[in-house]
Design a protein around this ligand. Sequence first.
Ligand SMILES: [Zn+2]
Length: 384
Amino acid sequence: MVIVEANRIQAVDRRTALEPHLRERGASISMRDLGGRWLMPGLMDMHVHLSLALPGPAQLAARLETDMAVTLRAYRNALDGLQAGVTFMRTLGDARFVDLELKRAINAGQVTGPRLFCAGQAVIITGGHGFGSGASLEADGADGFRQAVRRQLRAGADVIKIAITGGIAGEYEQIRDSQATYAEMEAACQAAHNAGRRITAHAGSAVAISSGVRAGLDCVEHGYFLDQPTVDLMSDRSVYLVPTLSVSRAEDYMRRIGCPQWMIDKSLRAGDEHMRSFQLALASGVPMAMGTDMLPADPYDGTLAVYREVEWMVEGGMPEMAALRAATFSAAELCGVQADLGSISTGKLADLVAMPANPLEDIRALRGIDFVVKDGAVVRDGCN
Ligand SMILES: [Zn+2]
């Protein structure tokens, strides 16, 4: 039994142990029987773009989109994710600061949505990874990077995202291409850390990641091509990996949304080494958190992206409990919000999901999530 008062968890125990609590509160209490469901903390997705527009028709359409249209699209994407059980999203690059505006509206109670932890725009070199998506800001040189990071801070960013190598979704770049220089990375890290924010990087190659970690990165996205010295360095410095395994094994998804062939080829070519890199990091004790780099509620592989990403982590060798932690408590630690979120314990904010089967026995049980509480309020209730 979990007792929630307003938006906080007041007590967690067997019902018999909580009888005095219940008697004390008497008629004021409203009980919700979940019918034997499995309860866990709300899912936390560490890599979301609410205004996501991948190369192809989506990106072309986004170039003509008005501010109002992008706002509504991002809002709908956030709400769909919440309904799927993602009560917290770390956004890592969105157009026109729509993530930050949406966060303000959600926090002010104007609209229902997940908790958002936002990067604003991703900071990239001229023509770097993500240019043309509308979700990035080009800058060059240490001063340029410093200023671009400060622009995100000025807009209210909670975390800073830079791109230090090429990636899948760029026609004129390879995943292994080094992009940001050491001086640019170091300036960005300093500007973030001076403001008490953490900084993460879109990063593909071991050489760039080693350099980025030395420059001060707190977290690495994707990590397509890692090697032993790099994962050892990450592990020693407690630098997180958000592996986003889905992005290199999503051919049907990319075809459906009309991504160009060069992007599909590049994604699939990276798939095997991406998975091996994840396994190397796992074996070497690199802290990890779950991120989709798709919309959490995007239909993918017969289910939704957020559930499938957790399943990929388990298929790659991560024990079920560790994968659930990567999607909850470890993610909360990555964002520095573990005092309030990430577990079902007394004093924490009440973000909860429930499902009919046990995800520790079969991780695909997450697909059955049909009950969602965010900030103490039931936002989806399928237990009837
Ligand atoms: Zn991304």
